[in-house]
Design a protein around this ligand. Structure first.
Ligand SMILES: Nc1nc2c(c(=O)[nH]1)N[C@H]1C(S)=C(S)[C@@H](COP(=O)(O)OP(=O)(O)OC[C@H]3O[C@@H](n4cnc5c(N)ncnc54)[C@H](O)[C@@H]3O)O[C@H]1N2
Ligand code: MOO
Length: 399
C-alpha cells in the first residue's frame, strides 16, 4: 500500500498552472493573477482633500477666527487649479485635488460654511486633512503579486491602478464521471438494488467550490468499452483539463474504471494506506489529460477529492498555497482507527476546538446523508490505532 502523503504528491504532480488569459474586471473575482501588477502612476494621483471644507494657506489662519475670501469651488473631480493667494480659500469637497498654495484643509464643521467669504474658527495642523499623492503607492510599487487569488479588494486594486482587465490563469474545466449500473438520476423511483447517483453531484459541486468549472457526465454504465470511448473523447477535447471518476476501482468483478483503463500505461491503480479511500487510481490518458479515479463509496469520494484532487485543481488555477487550512482540535469522543492506515474522519466541531465524528464512530464510508454534518476531516496518522477522548487531532477544515 502506498502512503497517503506519497499518493497526495503523485496526485498533485499531475497538475500544472494553466495558461494565462486576459479577463475583464467583471470576470476577475476568484481568478488567480498570472502577472505582477505595479503602479504606473502615483496613487492617489493628486494631493487631495480628505474632508468637505476649505483649502487654506495655513499661515492665514494661525490666529482664529479668521475671515478669508472664497475664490473657488472645488467639487470632487474638478480639474480646476486655482492658485490660492494670501487671504483666500477654496471651498473643497472630499477627493478634490488641493489647489496650489493651499497647505491645509479646514473641515466645514469648524467654519461658518460661507460661500463668498468664510470664517475659519479652528486653526489646522500642518497639512491637515490632505491625502498625499503617492501615499498609497508610487510608480513601480508592487500592488498585486502573481499568484494572488483575486477577491473584492484585489479587483478594487486593479481598478485603482487604471486597469480594466488582468492576466489570470484560466479556470480548469474538469469532467466528472460517475460509474455504476446501480445508479439512477436523483428523482427516479428506485427498484430494489438501485440508488441515486450522489457522487457526480458531490464531485461536480466540489470541483466548482474548488474554483474550477465542472462538466458533470454520468452516471455511466458498467460497460468498460463505452467508458473507454467516453474517456478518449474527453482526452481528445482540448477544453477538458482533467477527468475525475467515481466508483469501479476496487476488487469487484465489474470494476469498470479499472477494466476500461487496464491497458492504459499512463494510469496506475493501487491501494493507498488511508481509510476511507483505499482503492485509488491516477495518471494521464493517452493524450495527456490528467485523470483521478476515486472510489465509489460517497464518503470515500468526498475524502479522496479533498486529499488528491482539490490541491491539484488549486495548482492548475495557479494558486501557490493549495492546502485547506488545518486546525488542531481535541477529540470530544474517542473513536477507533484502522490499523496500518491513516484515517480521514469526517468531524464536526462542538465548541471552539473540540470535535466529534460527524458520521458516527465506525468507518461509515456509505453514510452520505450524515456526511453533510462534517465541517472537517480529522487526519489521523497510520501509526495511531485509537483516538482517545482528549487526544489532539489535526483537522482539515472543509467548510
Ligand atoms: N473485496 C474487496 N471489496 C472492497 C474493497 C476491497 O479492498 N476488497 N474495498 C472497499 C472499499 S474500501 C471501497 S472504498 C469500495 C470502493 O469500490 P469502488 O470504487 O469500486 O466503488 P463501487 O464498487 O462502484 O461502489 C462502492 C459503493 O459506493 C456506491 N456508489 C458508487 N458510486 C456511487 C454514486 N455515484 N453515488 C452514490 N453511491 C455510489 C455503490 O453503490 C457501492 O455501494 O470498495 C470496497 N470493496
Ligand atoms: O477505502 Mo473505503 O473508502 O475504506 O470505504
Amino acid at each position: 500500500m502506498r502512503a497517503l502523503d506519497e499518493h497526495r504528491a503523485a496526485a498533485l504532480a499531475l497538475a500544472a498552472p494553466l495558461p494565462a488569459v486576459e479577463v475583464g474586471l467583471a470576470d476577475a473575482l476568484g481568478m488567480v493573477l498570472a502577472e505582477d501588477v505595479r503602479a504606473d502612476e502615483p496613487l492617489p494621483r493628486w494631493d487631495n482633500s480628505a474632508m468637505d471644507g476649505y483649502a487654506v494657506r495655513r499661515a492665514d489662519v494661525l490666529t482664529v477666527p479668521a475671515v478669508l475670501r472664497v475664490v473657488a469651488d472645488l467639487p470632487a473631480g474638478s480639474p480646476d487649479e486655482p492658485a490660492l493667494e494670501p487671504g483666500t480659500a477654496a471651498r473643497i469637497m472630499t477627493g478634490a485635488p488641493v489647489p496650489p498654495g493651499a497647505d491645509a484643509v479646514v473641515p466645514i464643521e469648524v467654519t461658518d460654511a460661507g460661500t463668498t467669504t468664510v470664517e475659519i474658527r479652528v486653526a489646522p495642523e500642518p497639512a491637515a486633512h490632505i491625502r498625499r499623492a503617492g501615499e498609497d503607492a508610487i510608480p513601480g510599487d508592487l500592488v498585486l503579486a502573481a499568484g494572488a487569488l483575486l477577491g473584492p479588494a484585489h479587483v478594487a486594486a486593479l481598478a485603482s491602478t487604471c486597469r480594466s482587465s488582468a492576466l489570470v490563469h484560466r479556470r480548469p474545466r474538469i469532467a466528472v464521471v460517475s460509474t455504476g449500473d446501480e445508479l439512477v438520476p436523483p428523482g427516479t423511483d428506485l427498484r430494489r438494488g438501485q440508488l441515486p447517483d450522489s457522487n457526480s453531484w458531490l464531485l461536480a459541486a466540489a470541483v466548482t467550490e474548488a474554483g474550477a468549472v465542472a462538466v458533470r457526465l454520468g452516471p455511466v454504465s458498467d460497460d468498460p468499452a463505452a467508458l473507454l470511448e467516453l474517456l478518449h473523447s474527453l482526452d481528445a477535447d482540448p477544453s477538458v483539463d482533467g477527468v475525475v471518476t467515481s466508483g469501479g476501482v476496487s476488487m469487484g468483478a465489474f470494476d469498470v474504471v479499472k477494466a476500461a483503463l487496464a491497458d492504459s500505461p499512463g494510469v496506475e491503480f493501487l491501494p493507498v494506506a488511508v481509510q476511507p479511500g483505499k482503492p485509488q487510481g491516477l495518471g494521464r490518458l493517452p493524450g495527456g489529460t490528467p485523470i483521478w479515479t476515486l472510489p465509489g463509496n460517497p464518503v470515500s469520494s468526498f475524502a479522496s477529492f479533498e486529499m488528491f484532487v482539490r490541491p491539484a485543481l488549486g495548482r492548475m488555477r495557479g494558486l501557490a498555497a493549495v492546502e485547506r487550512p488545518t486546525v488542531t482540535a481535541l477529540a470530544d469522543e474517542g473513536w477507533r482507527t484502522p490499523p496500518g492506515r491513516a484515517q480521514l474522519m469526517p468531524v464536526r466541531f462542538v465548541g471552539d476546538a473540540r470535535v466529534v465524528p460527524a458520521t458516527g464512530r465506525g468507518s461509515g464510508s456509505h453514510l452520505v446523508a450524515r456526511l453533510a454534518l462534517a465541517e472537517g476531516l480529522a487526519v489521523v496518522p497510520a501509526e495511531v490505532d485509537e483516538v482517545v477522548v482528549g487526544a489532539s487531532v489535526h483537522v482539515l477544515k472543509v467548510t
